[in-house]
Design a protein around this ligand. Structure first.
Ligand SMILES: *Cc1c(COP(=O)(O)O)cnc(C)c1O
Length: 506
């Protein structure tokens, strides 16, 4: 029974303690009574009887446990009636039915944030996905002949037009594209890769691992910082199946370095009758320099420089849905398409529905900056972001009170997803510091250290409170402050961001 200290104390010297407990337990209504009550009827209409019954039973069981362990929730004198039981059940049902996949505000400063879903899609793509979800589609159906079609046919001509490739196919993501390419072109063969390009992309994508999964043998050449053309040449032998280049997506090797460019490597490969595959990672279809962004090799340039196969992601700089595009020579793409893994890694109709209108946008480069969401976010004018910051700052300061100080400050965003890792984009946002007074760099005295620890705790508490909002706000802690980069807070969402500030509970 009540082994709890507080329970014993409450019953101490009171002969009626046991009887009180019994009376309290008896006052808990039956499940049948609660579910038959008027208050339960709207819940049944919303969630169905099965769920409501289970939630009420759970509530009542909880009360019985509370009474028996003299838990504080049962210690009050509020009656255990049907209204209270229904309210508790309603609360539990609402919490349970909330989607686990929530909309958030991405104020991390990383535009293509893998953990937050990468590229946001333009309206055209959204409408196409809704159509594909609700209407039958000509997914593998040739409307000209009435015969079975190929799902790749939906986008192949468009991808070729935009990249200059002879042929194209699409799979689930770029990791799948690389796995499939290696499986189709290099199983039981050697693949020559520079040691400086043996990358690991977050989330367990490592070139050497993919290579062994594909049954290919990795032949590393050169050193981490320097690889020469002769290193490749000396490694080519009877077992060589492919030369491969991998874009250093998430790191940069600086200093005393040498890598072999594609336009040097391709003639060597051709001399030996070998194909060159390039994993571009992000892979952009347009010259980003024209938008004031750091340059990235385009897919077209890569093909023109002599790549036989190029793989890249759909949801990185391309700005589309998660997908992996494989483009290149027709005979190689044919081989890739015929491999059994292609069927396992194929994309669904929603991906194709979203990808096509995104690719269409590239046909009108004049409008791209405005219409392609990713590009619009990456090129947002500083003045606009500063103005946004100034407009939303007061609401956040009001919600946080005196314990925190909010200021509008310049900061740096990142493209993310491994694109252009060392480049950062000047941005504006809110910086939140705890403790009212900005931290002065004291000597590492105990007092200063504990003060800093206190500020650290306050910032973590603030981060957690922002995550608990109806639409969670995700920022970034750096330099003893919480940074909310406003690059990705566009006008449409500003009002709802401001409104929910009032709901912050610290
Ligand atoms: C991002 C990346 C990948 C993986 O692409 P996903 O679309 O995330 O599967 C592979 N290679 C490189 C070089 C990358 O940058």
């Amino acid at each position: 029974m009540a082994g709890h200290q507080s329970g014993e104390e409450r019953n101490e010297g009171c002969a009626s303690g046991g009887r009180d407990l019994k009376a309290r337990l008896a006052s808990i209504p039956s499940v049948e009574r609660v579910i038959a009550s008027a208050a339960a009827q709207p819940l049944i209409a919303e969630y169905g009887r099965t769920q409501v019954l289970a939630a009420i039973r759970e509530t009542l069981d909880g009360w019985r446990r509370d009474v028996q362990t003299a838990n504080s929730a049962a210690a009050d004198d509020a009656p255990f009636d049907e209204t209270r039981a229904t309210a508790a059940a309603a609360h539990a049902l609402a919490a349970r039915s909330q989607s686990r996949l929530r909309s958030v505000f991405n104020l991390t400063g990383t535009v293509l944030h893998t953990n937050l879903g990468r590229a946001l899609l333009p309206d055209e793509a959204v409408r196409a996905v809704v159509r594909a979800l609700t209407q039958p589609m000509s997914l593998e159906f040739d409307l000209a002949t009435g015969r079975r079609g190929e799902r790749d046919d939906l986008i192949e001509a468009l991808v070729c037009e935009l990249t200059g490739a002879e042929a194209a196919t699409v799979v689930n993501n770029n990791a799948a594209a690389v796995l499939l390419t290696l499986s189709a072109l290099a199983t039981k063969k050697d693949v020559i890769v520079s040691r400086g390009e043996l990358v690991e992309i977050g989330g367990a994508f490592r070139i050497p691992d993919i290579m062994s999964r594909a049954g290919a043998k990795l032949r590393e050449v050169g050193t981490t910082n320097r690889t020469h053309l002769r290193d490749y040449e000396e490694a080519i032998g009877a077992r060589t199946g492919l030369l491969m280049k991998v874009h250093c997506s998430n790191y940069a090797i600086a200093g005393f370095t040498k890598s072999v460019e594609l336009d040097e490597l391709a003639p060597l490969a051709r001399k030996h009758g070998l194909p060159v595959a390039v994993d571009l990672g992000s892979g952009t279809l347009v010259d980003l320099a024209q938008f004031g962004l750091p340059a990235e090799p385009t897919v077209r340039e890569t093909i023109e420089a002599g790549a036989d196969v190029v793989t890249f992601s759909g949801d990185k700089l391309l700005g589309g849905p998660q997908a992996g595009l494989i483009v290149g020579r027709a005979n190689l793409i044919r081989k890739i398409r015929k491999h059994p893994l292609k069927r396992a890694l194929r994309v669904g109709k929603l991906t194709l529905a979203a990808l096509e209108p995104v690719l269409q946008l590239y046909r009108a480069p004049e409008f791209l900056r405005e219409r392609l969401t990713t590009l619009r976010l990456l090129t947002r004018p500083g003045e606009e972001m500063r103005a946004t910051a100034q407009r939303v700052m007061p609401a956040l300061q009001r919600a946080l009170g005196d314990a925190y100080r909010v200021s509008v400050e310049p900061m740096f965003s990142q493209i993310g997803s491994g694109a252009l890792p060392v480049d950062v984009l000047p941005s504006f946002g809110l910086v939140v510091r705890s403790g009212g007074v900005p931290g002065i760099a004291h000597a590492a005295t105990t007092a200063a250290a504990s003060k800093r620890a206190g500020r650290g705790r306050a910032l973590m508490k603030l981060e957690a409170a922002l995550r608990a909002l109806p639409r969670p706000v995700i920022g970034r802690i750096a330099d003893d402050a919480l940074h909310l980069d406003l690059r990705c807070l566009e006008a449409v969402d500003e009002a709802s961001f401001v409104a929910q500030c009032a709901e912050l509970h610290l």
